[in-house]
Design a protein around this ligand. Sequence first.
Ligand SMILES: [Zn+2]
Ligand SMILES: [Zn+2]
Length: 211
Amino acid sequence: MTDLHFQCRCGAVKGVAHDAGGSMGIRVVCYCADCQALAHFLNCEDEYLDAAGGSDIYQTSPSRLEITEGVDRLQCVVVGREARLHRFYASCCNTPLANTIPGRKLPFAGTQVRNYDPARREDVFGAPKSAVFTDYAHGEPVTKKKIATPFLVLDLMRRAALEWMSGKSKKNVFLDAEDNGSVTPQILTADERSRLDARAAENARNRMARA
Ligand SMILES: [Zn+2]
Ligand SMILES: [Zn+2]
């Protein structure tokens, strides 16, 4: 059982991932437009996106995540046009924390590797297992490893099945007793989203000009 601590950039929100690493989670680098839009929404793109626009994500089950301090700082936003992930962040310092699938059916939380204990995270998580949504990358993804989407979905279903059978899916800091989000999400309008996409594109152009 490996406990790995994480925190927001200012330290007001602290938490721990229980049983981190191993087969109950996977580290991937996500290049999807929604993850990029989130970084721009929070104005943290310089720290949380790599040179090609990727987010370094450790995906696990919400039952393994605990917020130990500052839970009242959690805010939530929906940036996606299609995938309506609830994206939780720390409002104290606009740190992205966890991208979750709303409801209890599919226990899933994508957390930012960057927020975890820097002395231990590489050992616990290992190198990224796959780049995902590379069609949206601005240049070369940081890893050449690629697991096909159906296999990633199967792996998610395997973890979800274990959560259901063990009853652990009941434990989820991101849901309230009625299975609604623990925080009502802000839903971005199409205009707001378009502005974030424009910033992501401009950011990529500037980076390429500098390179
Ligand atoms: Zn903070
Ligand atoms: Zn993504």
